[in-house]
Design a protein around this ligand. Structure first.
Ligand code: 6V0
Length: 331
């Protein structure tokens, strides 16, 4: 008799089916930050990780195994083969090159388009009902590429988009005002990155619009320099990368936050990258961020934002810049 048989009287084979399986593709700095944010907050009990490098996966897998006592024994699988991702509810894509110094998110595009083209078909084959959350940059274009390559309805493709930029702005405003960042209501729309569009017209604390107190806030003639926060916000990712070599903690938490809404079917409102055709005068098929409600089907509703003419012009400019790159891509 084995120790196991001596100790345990089997009644039924334990089920390994899970209702909350999340696959993370790419076990780099961002992929691991996503896995940590999801596992540490117990958003999912079953995480699969895929990467091209088996040693890296094995190391991460062992590290999670050593963490299981503290995490309520999640099921963490890893493989270089996409079969490990089968039957996921959410697939998070972080695979790809990151920007090097001086490179813009948009300049990364061709390298990462090729990666997306290779990885999305097998992921869809193994998890035909999943919601796909794209994090790899340039996230807006790659969300559109993922949609095109996947053949899925567009609601099931979400780019992490400006949820991170909005969070960064909320924290910068919070520092200036001494009000907790989660109590600062502020949305950024458009491109994640250089051409992000802050909606100053709607920024408020407790429903009190900043524009009602200071009509020029965020505009050129704003005397308190609030628009400088946007300059800082645009540079935020590059600044973090310059200081520590990569940026991962905030984007990991951003992806985990979106994943939580999908798994719990919670219609929270987040500024994520979605199909924007027909919104604010955009005629092209393309993805950019707008505040949306999320849930088990991905994006379920796009908020009809009441934005100013100036904000609409900036949104359209953001779209034009992204579309000019997107239209030249061969997918
Ligand atoms: P990293 O640390 O180099 O990790 C990338 C990982 O992807 C590596 O482990 C690779 O082995 C893996 N990989 C590459 N190709 C494949 C493939 N075909 N199949 C499986 N795995 C593959 O980069 P890091 O994790 O720092 O960044 C990943 C991506 O996230 C980059 O494109 C960043 O620009 C992007 N970020 C996006 C952010 C956002 O707000 N959307 C924020 C930060 C970074």
């Amino acid at each position: 008799n084995s120790l196991r048989e001596g100790l345990l009287c089997r009644v039924k084979t334990p089920s390994i089916d899970s209702f909350d399986k999340v696959t993370i593709v790419g076990a780099g700095m961002v992929g691991v930050a996503c896995a940590n944010a999801i596992l540490f907050q117990k958003i999912s009990s079953h995480v699969a990780i895929v990467d091209a490098f088996p040693k890296k996966l094995e190391g991460e897998g062992m590290d999670y195994c050593h963490s299981s006592v503290f995490l309520d024994d999640p099921y963490v699988e890893y493989d270089t083969d996409f079969c490990v991702s089968s039957n996921s509810k959410v697939v998070i894509i972080t695979a790809g090159a990151r920007q090097i110094k001086g490179e813009t998110r948009l300049e990364l595009v061709q390298k990462n388009v090729n990666i997306i083209k290779n990885i999305v078909p097998p992921l869809v084959q193994y998890s035909p009902n999943a919601v796909f959350l794209v994090v790899t940059n340039p996230v807006d274009i790659l969300s559109w590429v993922t949609w095109k390559v996947s053949g899925l309805p567009y609601n099931r493709i979400i780019g992490s988009g400006c949820h991170l930029d909005s969070a960064r702005l909320r924290s910068l405003i919070s520092e200036r005002l001494g009000v907790a960042s989660k109590c600062v209501n502020a949305f950024i729309i458009g491109e994640h990155g250089d051409n992000q569009v802050p909606l100053w017209s709607g920024v408020n604390v407790a429903g009190v619009l900043f524009r009602d107190i200071m009509p020029t806030i965020g505009l050129e003639m704003d005397q308190e320099g609030w628009s400088e926060l946007i300059t800082d916000n645009v540079k935020a990712g590059a600044t973090v990368r310059c200081l520590k070599g990569y940026s991962n903690t905030a984007i990991g938490l951003t992806a985990a936050d979106i994943t939580r809404d999908i798994l719990r079917n919670c219609p929270a409102v987040k500024s994520v990258s979605t199909m924007i055709q027909g919104h604010h005068g955009i005629h092209h098929e393309m993805f950019l961020s707008l505040p949306c409600t999320l849930g088990e089907n991905g994006v379920s509703q796009v908020i009809r934002m009441r934005i100013t003419e100036h904000e609409k012009n900036l949104f359209q400019k953001s779209a034009e810049i992204v579309y000019n790159i997107q239209k030249g891509l061969k997918i």
